[in-house]
Every structure is written in structure tokens, then in C-alpha cells.
Design a protein around this ligand. Structure first.
Ligand code: UT7
Length: 340
């Protein structure tokens, strides 16, 4: 076949901070139990940063690991895409901090705010830039520090037990594909959003949408408007439905079946969500690689963190066909198919 310009993943890296918070550790702040958290979510522990660590610090470690795994010098990167909902500061974007910490000045640094779908939105953006020939090597990072922004009182426990800190990164490079059955490439990406559900999972403040007319004030802080709020059941059912729909559409568009796919890596919000998606699509559970047990929900970082661990465990190998899906605040959702 005529060579087709595509993007492929050439390196994967991840980083989680050293401090491990077990479910029972959370009991010092809120009324909860290991039993409740494990039963409802699958989570056993998560990692939290030290006070001085920022999101771009975590991203830097993941990026250096991804560059090392790619065997690519950082000077060859010509675009940074940084997906996060927990930036270092309100502005500028964390991509600019990462670029400076990496020491690769002048290349563009793009922050995207698609929450739990951030990594797959970023994958699609990187893919488009590479397919058009505009960039050859893109560093895509998903990184979050949730622990500094959670309501750790019993009032906030439905959300705060779920989230962890971490970062994952991939390096994507241009490739000429002549044999899609063998070569590594990003085959398909699908992106969706429905803003009608924006407030089912959100942090209201700081923001210009606050009716008091202030970006942030004492009353907002007193009312906990700066903490994430979630309608857990609505998010849960929507996640199962939308991830299943999107992944089914991706497989159909590529004319492949569940049996053709070697491994599925889903966003890690709740083990039960991923089991329900697997059951709906009749995916054998052993084909779904989950990491939520040890990291909780690290939002934009879950999928690249999972990739890193799957590679390290020998579960994800070059040449494998991999199905990806994510769902989160927005609502946003997405799916992708790639040959690793
Ligand atoms: O990344 C995308 C974003 N997030 C998600 O996709 C998460 C989607 N939602 C979920 O995973 C689930 O809805 C949760 C895990 C958040 C909650 O599970 P649930 O089965 O929907 O529980 P629930 O909210 O109905 O709560 C059941 C009970 C309540 O008590 P009562 O009213 O029945 O007495 C809660 O107050 O569990 C209580 N509860 C807790 N108990 C101990 C809520 N959080 C906790 C907690 N520890 N951490």
C-alpha cells in the first residue's frame, strides 16, 4: 500500500510520588473504611505529593522517563501537550513550566483541560499535528496533583477517597505506515463532549461564572466551592454508557472485533465502571489492564501510567493492538485504537 504518514508511540514513562496513602490512613481525616472504598471502587491506596511538589514536577519526571524509553534527545521534541485539571497555577499553563524545567525553550507548549479524557484528547491532537507534517516528535503528558485540592472532611469523602497524584507521558513520532497489520501507529481517535452535564462533576471556584461577581472570595472558600463536587451515580452510569459506545464506534470504524484487540486500557475512575464496560462489550476481563487499586483516579495520568506499568509487567508488548477509552468531567469522553 502507499505509505501513509502516521503517529506512533515511541516512548512511555510515568511517575508517582513516594508517599503512599492507604485507605485506612484516610480515617484520620474522615469517616470512611477500607471495606467501603475497596467494595465500591477497587481502590486500596493512592500516592500523594510532598508540599513542595507541583504538577509540572511530576510531569517532568514522567517526561524524562518517556524520553529515555524513546531513546530520543529532548532537543528533538517540537511540541508539548500537557493535559491536567490541577495546574501549577491558574495561569500560565503547566506546559510552559514543564518546557522550562525540561530546558527546551521556544517550542510550543499547549495545555488542555479535558479532565479524565485529557490524555486521549491529547493523543488525538498529537496525531493530527503529526499526520499533517507540522510536527515530528510530540511529548504528551497527563499529570495531576489532586491531594492539595480535596475536601478531606467527611462531607467530601465521596470524592476525596477516589483521587491520587501522578503523571504519565508518551513520546509520539512520525512514521510511514505501509503495513497496518504489523506496524506501530495510532489508528483511530474519537472525541466527544456534552456540556449540558458540566455541573455533574466540577469545581465551581475560582471562576468568572460565580454569581457573586468575584473570581474567588471568602464565602466561596467557606462553602467549599473550590472543592470538586460530583453526582457519583450519574457520572458512573454515563461513564459506562459513553465509554462502551465510543469504543464500539472505534472498533467498527477500524473494522476490528474485540477478539482482534490484544489489550484494553481504560481510564481508572472506578474498577466497577471498567468491569461493566468490559461486560457490555463482552471483553474478557483479563484483557483489561487496571491500575486503580494502587493509584486511585489520577485523571489525565491514568492511561499513560497504565501503559508504563503494562510495559513493565510484560503485559503490553510491541505489535499489540490496544483499545483505549475514557470518560470524565465536561462531560467529555473518548476512545482510541493503536498498534503499540
Ligand atoms: O473520572 C471520572 C469521574 N469519577 C467517576 O467516574 C466516579 C463515578 N462514581 C462512582 O465511582 C461512585 O458513584 C462512587 C464510588 C463515588 C460512590 O459509590 P455509590 O455506590 O454510588 O455510593 P453512594 O454515593 O450511593 O453512597 C452510598 C453511601 C452513602 O451513605 P447513605 O446515604 O447510604 O447512608 C454515602 O454517604 O456511602 C456513603 N459514602 C461513604 N461511606 C464511606 C460515600 N462516600 C463514602 C466513603 N466512605 N468514602
Amino acid at each position: 500500500m502507499t505509505p501513509m504518514k502516521c503517529a506512533r508511540i515511541v516512548g512511555v514513562g510515568a511517575y508517582v510520588p513516594d508517599r503512599v496513602i492507604k485507605n485506612d490512613d484516610l480515617k484520620q481525616w474522615m469517616e470512611t473504611s477500607d471495606e467501603w472504598i475497596v467494595q465500591r471502587t477497587g481502590i486500596k491506596e493512592r500516592h500523594w505529593v510532598k508540599p513542595e511538589q507541583s504538577t509540572s514536577d511530576l510531569a517532568l519526571e514522567a517526561s524524562l522517563a518517556a524520553l529515555k524509553s524513546a531513546g530520543l534527545d529532548k532537543s528533538k521534541i517540537d511540541l508539548i501537550i500537557f493535559a491536567t485539571l490541577s495546574p501549577d497555577h491558574v495561569f500560565p499553563g503547566s506546559g510552559c513550566y514543564l518546557q522550562s524545567k525540561l530546558g527546551i525553550p521556544e517550542i510550543p507548549a499547549l495545555d488542555i483541560r479535558q479532565q479524565c479524557s485529557g490524555f486521549l484528547y491529547g493523543l488525538s491532537i498529537a496525531d493530527q499535528f503529526i499526520r499533517t507534517g507540522m510536527y515530528k516528535n510530540v511529548l504528551l503528558v497527563g499529570a495531576e496533583v489532586h491531594s492539595k485540592g480535596l475536601d478531606l472532611s467527611t462531607k467530601g469523602r465521596d470524592v476525596s477517597v477516589l483521587f491520587g497524584d501522578g503523571a504519565g507521558a508518551v513520546v509520539l513520532s512520525a512514521t510511514e505506515v505501509t503495513d497496518p497489520a504489523k506496524q506501530s501507529f495510532i489508528w483511530n481517535t474519537r472525541l466527544h463532549a456534552d456540556g449540558a452535564h458540566a455541573e455533574e462533576l466540577w469545581a465551581a471556584a475560582p471562576g468568572t461564572g460565580m454569581p457573586s461577581g468575584n473570581w474567588l472570595d471568602e464565602q466561596m472558600v467557606a462553602e467549599g466551592k473550590h472543592f470538586p463536587q460530583m453526582n457519583g451515580k450519574r457520572v458512573f452510569t454515563s461513564a459506562v454508557r459513553r465509554m462502551s459506545e465510543s469504543l464500539t464506534a472505534t472498533l467498527k470504524e477500524c473494522k476490528v472485533t474485540v477478539a482482534d484487540v490484544d489489550l484494553f486500557l481504560f481510564h481508572q475512575a472506578n474498577l466497577r465502571i471498567n468491569e461493566a464496560v468490559a461486560d457490555q462489550l463482552q471483553i474478557p476481563r483479563e484483557k483489561v489492564f487496571n491500575t486503580i487499586q494502587h493509584y486511585g483516579n489520577t485523571t489525565a495520568a491514568t492511561i499513560p501510567l497504565g501503559m508504563r506499568d503494562a510495559v513493565a509487567k510484560g503485559v503490553l508488548k510491541p505489535g499489540m493492538l490496544v483499545g483505549l477509552a475514557a470518560f470524565g468531567s465536561g462531560f467529555t469522553w473518548s476512545s482510541a485504537l493503536l498498534r503499540f
